[in-house]
Design a binder for this molecule. Structure first.
Ligand code: GDP
Ligand code: MG
Length: 176
């Protein structure tokens, strides 16, 4: 377990999913106005530190986003190292992005071990171009067993973005 100043817990949460699904937009929407610091890491990933109160205690969330390398190559072990949880993101207007979530989940489990995760269907504001439907989503969640949480978000309209980040953070915090 990492410890910050004042022994405040630090949770590393990583964003996974195909290029273009809205990972960076979700992170920016979540931290905008509240973010503390931004680092440009040499490994080509960005992380933001964001304070949340979880179960009545202040916790620093370290949220990692890729610099776009998911398009070209695997993300590398540094991105996954020490991750407490992940958000696997697809785009509800892209069947292709949904078809890859199992691969992302397997990669996360392989690199980070059995950890908490939530599934995010982003771009919920674009229902007219929807390709991924609730039945398929619920079926996939059930196939994972246990209690995979699903959130349908719009980074554009700020719908359920905070709820999704708080859910994954709470799960990771309680598991620690
Ligand atoms: P990333 O590659 O997963 O980091 O995706 P980005 O955050 O860069 O977003 C890819 C594109 O989708 C950009 O043009 C965003 O403006 C757009 N986008 C992201 N989230 C949403 C959303 O919730 N609704 C809509 N309509 N567009 C979005
Ligand atoms: Mg991005």
């Amino acid at each position: 377990a990492q410890r910050g100043p004042e022994r405040r817990p630090v949770l590393k949460i990583i964003l996974l999913g195909d290029s273009g699904v809205g990972k960076t937009s979700l992170m920016r929407q979540f931290v905008s106005g509240k973010f503390e610091s931004r680092y440009k890491a040499t490994i080509g990933a960005d992380f933001f530190t964001h304070e949340e109160i979880i179960d009545g205690r202040p916790v620093n969330l370290q949220i990692w986003d890729t610099a776009g390398q998911e398009r070209f190559q695997s993300l590398g072990s540094a991105f996954y190292r020490g991750a407490d949880a992940c958000m696997i993101v697809f785009d509800i207007t892209s069947n292709e992005s949904f078809s890859h979530i199992t691969t992302w989940l397997q990669e996360f489990t392989l690199q980070a071990g059995q950890k908490d995760m939530v599934l995010i269907g982003n771009k919920a504001d674009v229902q007219e171009r929807r390709q991924v439907y609730n039945r398929g989503i619920q079926q996939w969640c059930a196939e994972q067993g246990g209690d995979m949480q699903y959130f349908e978000t719009s980074a554009k309209q700020n719908t359920h973005v905070g709820a999704a980040f708080r859910a994954v953070a709470t799960a990771a915090y309680r598991a620690k």
